[in-house]
Design a protein around this ligand. Structure first.
Ligand code: TRP
Length: 328
């Protein structure tokens, strides 16, 4: 049986947080156990260079993401992990794709505009080019479906447009990839505003956070008096309730909602129990991470093996595309 290929990735800007884990990694872990899929976990180091970064820590950040993937349960027997820049075919394919995307289309993307607002001193070509490279990451493996957070939907839209145009113009056969919705495709920020994000201080829980740290972070989540006529749909309380649902189940969430509408919710114990539940899930991940930290040679071997598998496929797609475009 022909296996379906799936690729997803995380920027190498530091450690994984709960949003990455629930929105993407967990979905990928399910697929790696499914024999119908061939799964690629990528560390997007080239994408990490699109916002200000320190070359001295980039290698370390790449390594951290690989360790987090492995600690979270990536099984090198059933899935591949590789570093984006190790497969230069992605860059070459991205250049070819850039011939069918207009500058205007890219400059109007909400994700681009947000970064321009965040880093007005760093509006580079690489930043504008971000979605084109991401389309190459995905289409190099002919990925049809992939788990990504909702924040990545504009990039998937561009990827589909590129696939369509390449197919129309050059008779390529790229699929139009869709989001594979995971339970945690949208994880709210602990600040109560927007989504959990590495670039917003105080918004996230790292996979490596100890129980005490999680509790401290929860202590700062803004709440209210704990009761009212309707359950808040946004803000800190809504964020806590969605985490309750994800880690303690829907029934627990409903209990709190009922309390909110009657005698009131005690946030102190809600936060305490939720912190405990999250930590229970993170504990084995943290233990595996500590073990892996002692085995750098093993980790290097895994990355090397992943690159080998990925390169073969990316090479094929690139050659095919070059042929269709008249380059060879
Ligand atoms: N843009 C993604 C993010 O910020 C990371 C990424 C890069 C990615 N290339 C990808 C995700 C390819 C999925 C597929 O999270």
């Amino acid at each position: 049986m022909e296996k379906k290929r799936v690729l997803s990735g995380i920027r190498a800007t530091g450690r994984l947080h709960l949003g990455n884990y629930l929105g993407m990694v967990k979905g990928m872990l399910e697929l790696q156990d499914n024999p119908g899929y061939e799964v690629f976990f990528m560390v997007a180091d080239l994408h990490a260079m699109t916002t200000p970064y320190d070359p001295k820590t980039l290698q370390k950040n790449i390594y951290e993401v690989v360790l987090d993937y492995l600690a979270a349960g990536l099984d090198p027997e059933n899935a591949s992990v590789f570093v984006q820049s190790h497969i230069p075919e992605h860059i070459e394919l991205a250049y070819l794709f850039s011939t069918v995307v207009s500058v205007a289309r890219l400059s109007h993307l909400p994700t681009y505009k947000e970064k321009v607002r965040q880093y007005p001193e760093n509006v580079t070509m690489a930043l504008l080019y971000y979605p084109v490279l991401m389309a190459a990451d995905i289409l190099a493996y002919k990925t049809e479906e992939l788990p990504v957070g909702d924040d990545q939907l504009p990039h998937l839209e561009i990827t589909r447009e590129i696939a369509r145009k390449m197919n129309e113009k050059y008779s390529c056969n790229f699929p139009e990839p869709q989001q594979l919705k995971t339970e945690g495709h949208y994880i709210p920020s602990l600040t109560g505003e927007g989504k959990m994000s590495k670039s917003v201080e105080g918004s996230y829980i790292n996979l490596t956070d100890e129980l005490g740290v999680i509790k401290e972070k929860f202590a700062r989540v803004p709440t209210d008096v704990g009761r009212g006529k309707s359950v808040p749909q946004e803000g800190g309380v809504a964020a806590l309730l969605s985490l309750v649902e994800l880690f303690q189940g829907e029934d627990k969430r409903k209990e709190y909602e009922t309390e909110y509408l009657s005698e009131g919710v005690q946030y102190k114990s809600l936060k305490e129990e939720l912190a405990q539940a999250i930590f229970e899930e993170l504990k084995p991940i943290q233990a595996r991470r500590k073990e892996l930290d002692q085995k750098p040679k093993y980790v290097d071997r895994v990355i090397g093996g992943g690159a080998e598998k990925a390169r073969k496929i990316a090479r094929e797609t690139l050659d095919e595309t070059k042929r269709k475009m008249g380059l060879i």
